[in-house]
Design a protein around this ligand. Structure first.
Ligand code: CA
Length: 227
Protein backbone atom coordinates (compact mmCIF):
# COMPACT_ATOMS: atom_id res chain seq x y z
CA UNK A 1 0.00 0.00 0.00
CA UNK A 2 0.97 3.65 0.11
CA UNK A 3 1.84 3.69 -3.54
CA UNK A 4 4.60 6.03 -4.54
CA UNK A 5 3.69 8.76 -6.99
CA UNK A 6 6.33 10.72 -8.91
CA UNK A 7 4.94 14.18 -9.49
CA UNK A 8 6.70 16.01 -12.31
CA UNK A 9 5.51 19.61 -12.14
CA UNK A 10 7.51 22.80 -12.49
CA UNK A 11 5.08 25.25 -10.88
CA UNK A 12 6.07 25.19 -7.17
CA UNK A 13 2.69 26.21 -5.75
CA UNK A 14 0.79 23.77 -7.87
CA UNK A 15 3.30 21.02 -7.10
CA UNK A 16 2.96 21.65 -3.36
CA UNK A 17 -0.85 21.66 -3.43
CA UNK A 18 -0.99 18.54 -5.55
CA UNK A 19 1.49 16.70 -3.33
CA UNK A 20 -0.45 17.67 -0.21
CA UNK A 21 -3.75 16.56 -1.71
CA UNK A 22 -2.34 13.20 -2.77
CA UNK A 23 -0.64 12.63 0.56
CA UNK A 24 -4.00 13.21 2.25
CA UNK A 25 -5.37 10.48 -0.01
CA UNK A 26 -2.74 8.13 1.35
CA UNK A 27 -0.15 8.24 -1.42
CA UNK A 28 3.55 8.90 -1.01
CA UNK A 29 4.65 11.72 -3.29
CA UNK A 30 8.06 12.73 -4.61
CA UNK A 31 8.11 15.98 -6.54
CA UNK A 32 10.45 16.81 -9.45
CA UNK A 33 10.51 20.25 -10.99
CA UNK A 34 12.07 19.29 -14.31
CA UNK A 35 12.60 16.29 -16.55
CA UNK A 36 16.31 16.01 -15.79
CA UNK A 37 15.76 15.65 -12.04
CA UNK A 38 12.99 13.17 -12.66
CA UNK A 39 15.15 10.95 -14.91
CA UNK A 40 17.89 10.97 -12.28
CA UNK A 41 15.38 9.76 -9.70
CA UNK A 42 14.34 6.85 -11.94
CA UNK A 43 17.88 5.53 -11.84
CA UNK A 44 17.61 5.22 -8.08
CA UNK A 45 14.08 3.97 -7.55
CA UNK A 46 10.91 3.48 -9.54
CA UNK A 47 7.57 5.02 -8.58
CA UNK A 48 4.28 3.14 -8.83
CA UNK A 49 2.83 5.88 -11.01
CA UNK A 50 4.00 9.04 -12.75
CA UNK A 51 1.91 12.19 -12.77
CA UNK A 52 3.43 14.16 -15.61
CA UNK A 53 2.85 17.81 -16.46
CA UNK A 54 3.23 18.17 -20.22
CA UNK A 55 4.71 21.69 -20.07
CA UNK A 56 8.11 21.43 -18.41
CA UNK A 57 10.95 23.94 -18.50
CA UNK A 58 13.54 21.57 -19.92
CA UNK A 59 11.46 19.15 -21.96
CA UNK A 60 8.19 18.56 -23.75
CA UNK A 61 6.17 16.25 -21.52
CA UNK A 62 5.14 14.24 -24.57
CA UNK A 63 8.80 13.46 -25.23
CA UNK A 64 9.19 12.43 -21.60
CA UNK A 65 6.22 10.11 -22.05
CA UNK A 66 7.74 8.62 -25.20
CA UNK A 67 11.09 8.08 -23.49
CA UNK A 68 9.46 6.34 -20.53
CA UNK A 69 7.56 3.99 -22.82
CA UNK A 70 10.67 3.06 -24.78
CA UNK A 71 12.82 2.36 -21.75
CA UNK A 72 12.83 -1.30 -20.82
CA UNK A 73 13.00 -0.62 -17.10
CA UNK A 74 10.50 2.22 -16.97
CA UNK A 75 7.95 1.24 -19.58
CA UNK A 76 5.53 -0.57 -17.30
CA UNK A 77 5.12 2.38 -14.91
CA UNK A 78 1.66 3.92 -15.38
CA UNK A 79 1.64 7.55 -16.53
CA UNK A 80 -1.11 10.13 -16.06
CA UNK A 81 -0.55 13.33 -18.07
CA UNK A 82 -1.54 16.73 -16.77
CA UNK A 83 -2.57 19.04 -19.58
CA UNK A 84 -3.65 22.65 -19.84
CA UNK A 85 -7.29 23.40 -20.44
CA UNK A 86 -8.02 23.17 -24.15
CA UNK A 87 -4.91 21.11 -24.89
CA UNK A 88 -6.94 18.59 -26.85
CA UNK A 89 -4.03 17.64 -29.13
CA UNK A 90 -1.76 17.05 -26.14
CA UNK A 91 -4.30 14.73 -24.58
CA UNK A 92 -4.72 12.65 -27.71
CA UNK A 93 -0.98 12.53 -28.32
CA UNK A 94 -0.32 11.67 -24.70
CA UNK A 95 -2.65 8.69 -24.87
CA UNK A 96 -1.20 7.65 -28.22
CA UNK A 97 2.28 7.77 -26.73
CA UNK A 98 1.19 5.38 -24.03
CA UNK A 99 -0.09 7.54 -21.18
CA UNK A 100 -2.73 5.67 -19.21
CA UNK A 101 -4.96 8.64 -18.56
CA UNK A 102 -4.92 12.43 -18.37
CA UNK A 103 -6.27 15.16 -16.16
CA UNK A 104 -6.91 18.77 -17.10
CA UNK A 105 -5.79 21.81 -15.11
CA UNK A 106 -7.12 23.14 -12.81
CA UNK A 107 -6.86 19.74 -11.18
CA UNK A 108 -9.83 18.43 -9.21
CA UNK A 109 -7.98 16.48 -6.54
CA UNK A 110 -10.68 13.99 -5.59
CA UNK A 111 -11.07 13.11 -9.22
CA UNK A 112 -7.32 12.85 -9.67
CA UNK A 113 -7.04 10.45 -6.72
CA UNK A 114 -9.85 8.33 -8.14
CA UNK A 115 -8.15 8.20 -11.53
CA UNK A 116 -4.83 7.27 -9.98
CA UNK A 117 -6.48 4.42 -8.10
CA UNK A 118 -8.25 3.26 -11.24
CA UNK A 119 -5.01 3.23 -13.24
CA UNK A 120 -3.14 1.40 -10.48
CA UNK A 121 -5.94 -1.19 -10.24
CA UNK A 122 -5.97 -1.67 -13.98
CA UNK A 123 -2.24 -2.23 -13.96
CA UNK A 124 -2.58 -4.92 -11.34
CA UNK A 125 -5.50 -6.56 -13.12
CA UNK A 126 -3.71 -6.68 -16.48
CA UNK A 127 -0.54 -8.17 -15.14
CA UNK A 128 -1.13 -10.96 -12.65
CA UNK A 129 2.22 -11.90 -11.17
CA UNK A 130 3.81 -14.44 -13.44
CA UNK A 131 5.37 -17.75 -12.47
CA UNK A 132 9.11 -17.53 -12.76
CA UNK A 133 11.83 -20.00 -13.41
CA UNK A 134 15.49 -19.55 -12.58
CA UNK A 135 18.31 -21.56 -14.10
CA UNK A 136 16.18 -23.48 -16.59
CA UNK A 137 13.75 -24.76 -13.99
CA UNK A 138 16.26 -25.28 -11.17
CA UNK A 139 14.12 -22.91 -9.12
CA UNK A 140 10.45 -22.34 -9.84
CA UNK A 141 8.38 -19.60 -8.21
CA UNK A 142 4.60 -19.33 -8.10
CA UNK A 143 3.76 -15.88 -6.69
CA UNK A 144 0.03 -16.52 -6.47
CA UNK A 145 0.56 -19.44 -4.12
CA UNK A 146 3.78 -18.11 -2.62
CA UNK A 147 5.40 -21.43 -3.46
CA UNK A 148 8.96 -22.16 -4.45
CA UNK A 149 10.36 -25.39 -5.81
CA UNK A 150 14.03 -26.21 -5.81
CA UNK A 151 14.86 -29.03 -8.21
CA UNK A 152 11.16 -29.96 -8.10
CA UNK A 153 10.93 -30.09 -4.30
CA UNK A 154 9.11 -27.50 -2.16
CA UNK A 155 11.43 -24.95 -0.59
CA UNK A 156 10.53 -22.99 2.52
CA UNK A 157 11.23 -19.29 2.15
CA UNK A 158 10.17 -16.44 4.38
CA UNK A 159 7.89 -13.85 2.83
CA UNK A 160 10.80 -11.42 2.58
CA UNK A 161 13.09 -13.99 0.99
CA UNK A 162 10.37 -14.84 -1.49
CA UNK A 163 9.77 -11.21 -2.43
CA UNK A 164 13.48 -10.57 -2.74
CA UNK A 165 14.15 -13.54 -4.99
CA UNK A 166 11.03 -12.83 -7.05
CA UNK A 167 12.05 -9.20 -7.55
CA UNK A 168 15.52 -10.15 -8.79
CA UNK A 169 14.29 -13.06 -10.90
CA UNK A 170 11.59 -10.94 -12.54
CA UNK A 171 14.33 -9.06 -14.44
CA UNK A 172 17.02 -11.63 -15.16
CA UNK A 173 20.43 -10.05 -15.61
CA UNK A 174 19.38 -6.69 -14.25
CA UNK A 175 21.39 -5.47 -11.28
CA UNK A 176 19.31 -4.07 -8.42
CA UNK A 177 21.05 -1.75 -6.00
CA UNK A 178 20.47 -2.28 -2.28
CA UNK A 179 18.51 0.95 -2.26
CA UNK A 180 16.21 -0.23 -5.03
CA UNK A 181 15.67 -3.53 -3.25
CA UNK A 182 14.92 -1.76 0.04
CA UNK A 183 12.51 0.56 -1.67
CA UNK A 184 10.66 -2.21 -3.53
CA UNK A 185 10.37 -4.59 -0.63
CA UNK A 186 10.32 -2.50 2.51
CA UNK A 187 8.85 0.67 1.00
CA UNK A 188 8.71 3.40 3.57
CA UNK A 189 9.87 1.44 6.59
CA UNK A 190 12.82 3.80 6.87
CA UNK A 191 14.32 1.93 9.78
CA UNK A 192 15.59 -0.88 7.58
CA UNK A 193 19.32 -0.77 6.88
CA UNK A 194 21.28 -1.59 3.73
CA UNK A 195 22.79 -4.52 5.60
CA UNK A 196 19.33 -6.06 5.92
CA UNK A 197 19.40 -6.88 2.22
CA UNK A 198 22.75 -8.65 2.59
CA UNK A 199 21.47 -10.71 5.49
CA UNK A 200 18.40 -11.88 3.58
CA UNK A 201 20.50 -12.65 0.51
CA UNK A 202 22.87 -14.70 2.63
CA UNK A 203 19.96 -16.72 4.05
CA UNK A 204 18.50 -17.15 0.58
CA UNK A 205 21.81 -18.41 -0.79
CA UNK A 206 22.04 -20.99 1.98
CA UNK A 207 18.54 -22.26 1.26
CA UNK A 208 19.14 -22.34 -2.48
CA UNK A 209 22.25 -24.49 -2.10
CA UNK A 210 23.57 -25.42 -5.53
CA UNK A 211 21.14 -23.00 -7.22
CA UNK A 212 22.66 -20.09 -5.28
CA UNK A 213 25.05 -19.70 -8.19
CA UNK A 214 22.28 -17.92 -10.13
CA UNK A 215 22.07 -15.28 -7.42
CA UNK A 216 25.01 -12.97 -7.95
CA UNK A 217 26.56 -10.25 -5.86
CA UNK A 218 27.84 -7.38 -7.99
CA UNK A 219 30.46 -5.93 -5.70
CA UNK A 220 29.78 -2.36 -4.66
CA UNK A 221 26.55 -2.20 -6.64
CA UNK A 222 23.97 -4.76 -5.63
CA UNK A 223 22.50 -8.09 -6.68
CA UNK A 224 21.12 -9.84 -9.70
CA UNK A 225 19.73 -13.18 -10.78
CA UNK A 226 21.22 -14.77 -13.88
CA UNK A 227 18.83 -17.07 -15.61
CA1 CA B 1 4.24 23.34 -16.33
Amino acid sequence: MNEKIALVEDEPDLARLTAQALEQEGFRVSTYFDAAGFYRSLDKSLPDLILLDLMLPDADGLDVCRIIRRNETWQSIPVICVTAKGGETDRVLGLELGADDYVVKPIAYKELAARIRAVLRRGRAEAPPARLSIGDGAVEMDPERFEVRLAGKPLELTTTEFKLLYLLASKPGRVFTREQILDKIWGNEKIVLDRTVDVHIKNLREKLGEAARYLKNIRGVGYKVES
